[in-house]
Design a protein around this ligand. Structure first.
Ligand code: ATP
Length: 381
């Protein structure tokens, strides 16, 4: 049982230019056995948060509790947490086995036999039992990564803290290790906080995701909540690849108007905007339909600018308002088997049920997509 609670955590650093607020009033509850991913762009405060939890960095304000017990005053060793870094931080002169044993020998009073059997069991679990006699320099990146994980697992900690542990691996191995790590975490049932700047990792691995920007928590929720019900434009743009398309628009009566097109709104959608006049219209690439020359409500004439074939699907970059000096470009994803010519004219439909609308000033979400079309599927929130 290990439940971690962060209450109003702030971290201030001083440098020659003054004060930096790396983490700003962060509150988060991580449930026992949960896999929480902390995600955000470089410099948003992810590593600082993890280092404060680990005890490697002091907290300027706020409280952290493990199963209700405050931990700020405890040393890293006393916290019973195991951290895995991007750099692996293996001891180069020690074998794999010695690396994995090291923490146990230092921090516990387990017998040598107990330590050996735990190391061997963990090595089997991670498929590195053949490598126990090798030095880190004789291992591939993926194998080193497993040893670093193994060293954390043998300690049987209350919480795993993982800081971009897959960042040094190539794309294929990273995808494979993502699945392995998830399976491992599920089997072990250890509360885990996983830091990454990669939204794909966050979406595919997390039970829940916490999105940070500039030290401020933007939203915490399940991957699908964040994807379909973003709290603001930052989350909407950060989660999803290719990113959500955004169009700056003005509210005029019952329409949204920009220099390049007008978008009529139903009365329900119009009502959800209240008195706001400057908005951002958002639409995910997969929700845009290419409809050829069909004219119907919410369709717009575009020109195909660039087609990026990805095999299973295409990213189609389209421009709207082609008569303008600077037409608006946006991206739609379409089935890979459909051929689309660059330079061709096509109409696209932006279905009203799939649009998001944000307050242009604050970024707050005023309307998120309707989920009635997915409600019956297993993917519902
Ligand atoms: P990355 O993905 O690039 O590792 P991050 O989200 O983990 O970024 P942090 O390393 O937590 O970000 O840094 C958050 C902010 O705090 C940054 O502006 C960083 O420059 C600043 N910072 C971190 N450590 C220190 C320090 N020891 N002294 C001064 N500023 C620091």
């Amino acid at each position: 049982m290990a439940e971690l609670t962060l209450s109003n955590i702030t971290k201030r650093f001083q440098d020659e230019h003054g004060e930096i607020i790396a983490v700003d009033d962060l509150s988060l509850d991580i449930d026992d056995g949960e896999f929480l991913v902390l995600v955000g762009p470089s410099g948003c405060g992810k590593s600082t948060t993890l280092r404060m939890i680990a005890g490697l960095e002091t907290v300027s304000e706020g409280q952290m509790r493990l199963d209700g017990v405050p931990i700020e005053g405890l040393s890293p060793q006393e916290r019973d947490l195991a951290m895995v870094f991007q750099s692996y931080a293996l001891y180069p002169h020690m074998t794999v086995k010695e690396n994995m044993k090291f923490g146990l020998e230092e921090a516990t009073n387990m017998s040598a036999d107990e330590i050996d059997s735990r190391v061997e069991e963990t090595a089997r679990m991670l498929n590195i039992d053949e490598l126990l006699g090798r030095k880190p320099s004789e291992l591939s990146g993926g194998q080193q990564q497993r040893v670093a994980l193994g060293r954390a697992i043998v300690r049987d900690p209350q919480v795993f803290l993982l800081d971009e542990p897959l960042a040094n691996l190539d794309a294929k191995l990273r995808a494979q290790m993502r699945t392995e790590l998830q399976r491992l975490q599920e089997d072990l049932g250890v509360t885990t906080i996983y830091v990454t700047h990669d939204q794909t990792e966050a979406m595919t691995m997390g039970d829940r995701i916490a999105v940070l920007n500039d030290g401020v928590l933007q939203q915490v929720g399940t991957p699908l909540e964040l994807y379909h019900k973003p709290a603001n434009q930052f989350v909407a743009g950060f989660i999803g690849e290719p990113s959500m398309n955004f169009f700056e628009m003005t509210v005029a009566d019952t329409r949204l108007v920009s220099d390049t097109f007008e978008y009529p709104l139903s009365s329900d959608t119009r009502d959800s905007l209240g008195p706001v006049t400057d908005v951002v219209l958002g639409i995910r690439p997969e929700d845009i339909e290419l409809v050829g020359d069909t004219e119907s409500p919410h369709t717009f004439e575009t020109i195909v600018d660039v087609v990026e074939p990805k095999g299973n699907e295409n990213n189609v970059y389209l421009t709207i308002g082609p008569n303008r000096a600077e037409p608006t470009t946006f991206v739609a994803t379409t089935e890979g088997m459909k051929s689309i010519e660059e330079g061709a004219k096509t109409r696209v439909r932006i279905p009203e049920q799939a649009i998001h609308i944000f307050d242009a000033k604050s970024g707050t979400s005023l309307k998120n997509r309707s989920l009635t079309d997915v409600e019956d599927s297993e993917l519902t929130l």
